[in-house]
Design a protein around this ligand. Sequence first.
Ligand SMILES: [Zn+2]
Ligand SMILES: [Zn+2]
Length: 436
Amino acid sequence: MGDFTDITFFGGANEVGRNCLLVEDGRANLLLDAGVKLGEKDEYPLISNDMVRRLHRIAISHTHLDHVGYLPHMYAKGCRAEVYSTKPTHDLTQLLLADYLRINRGMKFSNNDIIKAMKMWKMVEYGEVVGDKLKFSFHKSGHILGSSMVLIGGSSRLLFSSDVNDRETKLLDPGEKNLVAENLIIESTYGAPSDQLPTLKSASKMLCDSINRTIKKGGKVLIPSFAVGRAQEILFILESYMSSGVLEQVPIFVDGMILKANRIYRQNVIYARDEIQKRILMSDDDPFKSKFFHTPKTKDRSDVLKAGSAIIVSTSGMLTGGPVLHYLKKLAGDSNNLLILVGYQAEGTLGRKLLDGERRIMIDGREIELKMGVEQAHFSAHADYKGLLDIVRSMRKLKKVFVMHGEGEKPKKLGEAIQNMGYEVILPRNGESFRI
Ligand SMILES: [Zn+2]
Ligand SMILES: [Zn+2]
């Protein structure tokens, strides 16, 4: 690294969405993430077109739209930078961006721009050091398959946590700890002291109990899910509890983009936890091919709706579109059915409205009264308050911490706690630059 390093926050400061920041040291520059904020007025990061064309390299931490959705927009604007990520991130991004273009008409980029970005892609392994003047490497962050923290500078000067989980999940190892960096940029999605997330085991048990109760009544369970990450975790939990007999054996229908994401997860299973790899590679016990999983056979999903008690896992996760809305329309009127929200529900989405108690909803211009039950299961792909502080505590040589990727008071609350631990804390705003 040169004598100085500047960090500029183009998006993701004091918000969840459009993660995008630039690291430059006078000789080279590196963009960390290129995300969008869906359905919001502040949809795009504040990076100028001129800067987009001057980028040397881009590191993508993982395949969620708030970290990678802006990428094709940049290639439409003449970006020529090389893109770096792990292989699962590369593979999943191709799928996610195609879907992003398909469901958002009037986008300012074309499929050609996705291809341009994919052609500039360099896949790297965890721990491999890349870049010439500004060196960087990727480290497991435990959030979704292939997700990474990015460590920048030969002498380990800056760690970008991106979205991080310090706990093991059904599929993934926890995020790496004890990394060496003087500066840290950390997320704060669950950064308030009141953010205490249940263990995977207790969240799974609550999920199974709710499903069993519904099945006993003869109802159906509808689980909206993001296609990438959460869906695979939920499917593996259902599969394992069904195999062991804890969960009643009923068909699990999988619908929407989840099916394609599953295939990519399976092709990249060497990036999952050892136990999952062994099950798939060394025995015939492949959870992706479980006898409990089914796909709808008819276009109108009448086979699923006629199937009796069943579990349906479908996109989109916040009920903003996708086949899940079709199921919701059909299942809403029966109080024996149950909707279980398993992921984060952003302000303004139908999922959030249901969580807040709204029961008269509009789907395709028709008002529907929701009689089915609505519950929330607390699974998380993010570290909670205590987990985030554990990550900070585990680091070596740390001096300064930037807190981002959190809504409302979260960055401030987490920042206060980190300051009390004796570190210098900065709460950046979008558009601000800092020299470290
Ligand atoms: Zn994420
Ligand atoms: Zn995120």
